[in-house]
Every structure is written in C-alpha cells, then in structure tokens.
Design a protein around this ligand. Sequence first.
Ligand SMILES: NC(=O)c1ccc[n+]([C@@H]2O[C@H](COP(=O)([O-])OP(=O)(O)OC[C@H]3O[C@@H](n4cnc5c(N)ncnc54)[C@H](OP(=O)(O)O)[C@@H]3O)[C@@H](O)[C@H]2O)c1
Length: 371
Amino acid sequence: MISEELTMKTITNHQVVVTGHGGPDVLEVTEAQLPEPGPGQVRVKVLAAGVSAFDLIYRRWAHLPGRPDVPFTLGEDIVGLVDDRGPGAAAFEVGTMVAGATWARGVGGGYAEYVCLPEADLVVVPAGVDPAEAVCVVVNYLTAYEHLHDIGGARPGDRVLVHGAAGGVGTALLQLGKLAGLEMYGTAVRDQHELVAALGATPIDYRTEDFVTRIKYLTGDGVDIVVDPVGGSRHLWRSYRTLRRGGRLVWLGSAAVDKQGLRVGPLSMATVFLLRLIPDGKRVPRCPTMDKYAKAHPGWLRRTLTELLDDLAEGRIQPVIAERIPLEEAGRAHELLERGGHRGKVVLTTGAYRGRSAFRQRSRHDQSNTE
Ligand SMILES: NC(=O)c1ccc[n+]([C@@H]2O[C@H](COP(=O)([O-])OP(=O)(O)OC[C@H]3O[C@@H](n4cnc5c(N)ncnc54)[C@H](OP(=O)(O)O)[C@@H]3O)[C@@H](O)[C@H]2O)c1
C-alpha cells in the first residue's frame, strides 16, 4: 500500500502548453500533477493525440473568442487507455482503450500524457486497431461524415468536389465519399495527385488550374456538392460556380487564414450570406462546426464515431497519417502542418504508445517514419 502511494506520487503528467502567442516555439513541455477524475469522469492515459489546423490558429492568435489565458494545452482528439475512474463512472473497465474529443474541457487538453474526460464523451476502440489511426477518426472523419452526409445530403452517384483533398479532413472526405459511391473530384498540389487518385478522386491542381473551368470541362454541368475548407470570398464564390442546379455549397473551414489572416472568417460569413440570396436553385446550408453539431444532436457523436471505428477495424477506411511525432516534439508537428504539403493527419504519440510494439506498423499512406 505504501509503495503504491509512493509510486502514485512520482507519476507526473507531461503536457505541452502554449506559453504565449506566436510560432511553434511558444509550445513547451511542462510537468504537472496527475489529474484526478471528477464525478462521471475517467482519467485517460493518452496514447495518441491529433494535431489540427484549429490548433495552429489557437496558438498563433491571442484575441480569439474562447481562447483560454496562457498557459493552456491544445489537442481536440485523443485515444488512450482508461487509467482511473471518478465517482459514479462505471461505463469502462480500467485498461479499456477509448477514443473521444476534449470539448468538455473548453479548448484543448489532448497534448498530454493524461487527461480527465466525461465518460459519456468516449467510445470503445475495437481490438487490434492502431490508436494513431483511431485518433484520425475522432475529429477528421466525424467532420467529414457530418458535412458530406448530414449537411451535404450526399446520395450514391452524386458528384462531389473536395478542396484541400490531400489534408487531414480532405483525405477523410475522399475515403467516405468512395464508400458512399460518390463521384469525387479533389483539389491539391501536383505532388499529391497520386494520393488523391489512389483515394478514388479525379485530382485538380489548385495552383495551376482554374478549378471552375476544369470542373465544367470534366462534368459538363457541374457538381452536386462542393466541400470547401479553404474559405475566403473569392474561393467560396468560385466553389459556388462549380455547382449545378440543386447543388449544395458546404463551407467547413478557413484554411485560407494561413495566407490571408483572420479576416477570412468574417469575409466568408458575409459571402455565404450573399450567396444564400441568389434564387438559382443552389443552396448554402448552415454548417455548424462538429462540436456544435454534436451538442445539438444528442447521441449522434457516439453512434457515428462507433460506426466509423468499426469501419476502421474492418478495413473499410484507412486514415492517411502524415507523420507520427513524439508528444514532446509538438512544435515540430506544428511546423510540419504550417509548412503545408503534408498528406493527411499529423499525430502525436506518447511514450505509452511507442512502448506498444504492436502499433509500430505503418499505414499504407504514411509519409515518413520518425520513430
Ligand atoms: N467545421 C469543423 O467542424 C471542422 C473540423 C475540423 C477541421 N475544420 C477545418 O477544415 C480545414 C482543414 O483542416 P485539416 O485539419 O484537414 O487541415 P490540413 O490537414 O492542413 O489540410 C488543409 C489542406 O488544404 C489545402 N489547401 C490550402 N489552401 C488551399 C487552396 N487554396 N485550394 C485547395 N487546397 C488548399 C492544404 O494544401 P497544401 O498542403 O498544399 O497547402 C492542405 O492539404 C481547416 O480550415 C479546419 O479549421 C473544420
């Protein structure tokens, strides 16, 4: 008993915190006490945590709604092992592998060795699944599913244009689109065309080709759905022009913020407002972010995440992982994402992940080997 207490006292929680606002160098590894799970919560020993475009925005800009005071920890999606249970938490045995998002904590929390989360926000990861692949499903595939099916209303045979097709959300959209029997087109730089084609889409070079002209040439009258994670007035307007009558423009993000800054958000909203006024049979549906959509549709997240993890376990989807990077090198992960040209999702792994040799296998699409 005494030695158990001593062991508990020596366990610390290494976490990556944002210490200011700016470049990747504001990320620092710190040691904190092991967090204690509250009522209805479990403590998760993190194996893999996702890195997203959202994290870069919250690191870079100080004056964002909902941005906590520094120091704070980023990371929206995690996979790990249930390590302890708080009062009233009984859904999972200690040692169960679970996946989920950290939204209950506000912004972030996932770039850590341990995190406490409500058990109601977690689902079991099927046996044999690589936690680094499972963590891609939590935000990227759920986002892709929501925007393609729940908002976009995709039906088999629909033509769909996906922008940012080689990125984390883009590759998820292509895989889910292929599963749903959609005719897919994807914008990406030339270097990524082989990947986009391997995922079942016709690639279009967004740097050297006019995607509006190209879509009209390839399809005749345009596409049924365009999923636009780039944003900005001009880009959204051009996306809208690729639609045929009855088509839907699904705006899900503002990757253009990289080059154009934070004004992309309000400009995109104003553009969407104006496009909705055009009486031409096309639609621009409301596109709540995935956390808001999940809150408004109780049960949707757990049900859809469970189904997608089953798809992963049975090989129907295979996430594209740009690189698995040790948690303590989170700054390098941000540099990689910021530089662009990556394929799929960047995943942080903890020592607990790297100690599990069974998960050292690589995804078919992995860009490099860093371990
Ligand atoms: N609504 C939601 O709930 C939700 C959830 C998750 C993500 N998102 C949003 O979705 C977007 C993508 O996230 P992510 O994590 O997938 O980021 P990511 O992995 O960095 O992917 C972004 C992709 O967009 C490409 N891109 C940049 N500018 C482009 C352009 N003008 N035309 C075509 N492609 C372009 C990038 O290509 P290069 O490498 O060539 O630059 C990259 O492949 C972000 O804006 C994010 O905030 C929204």
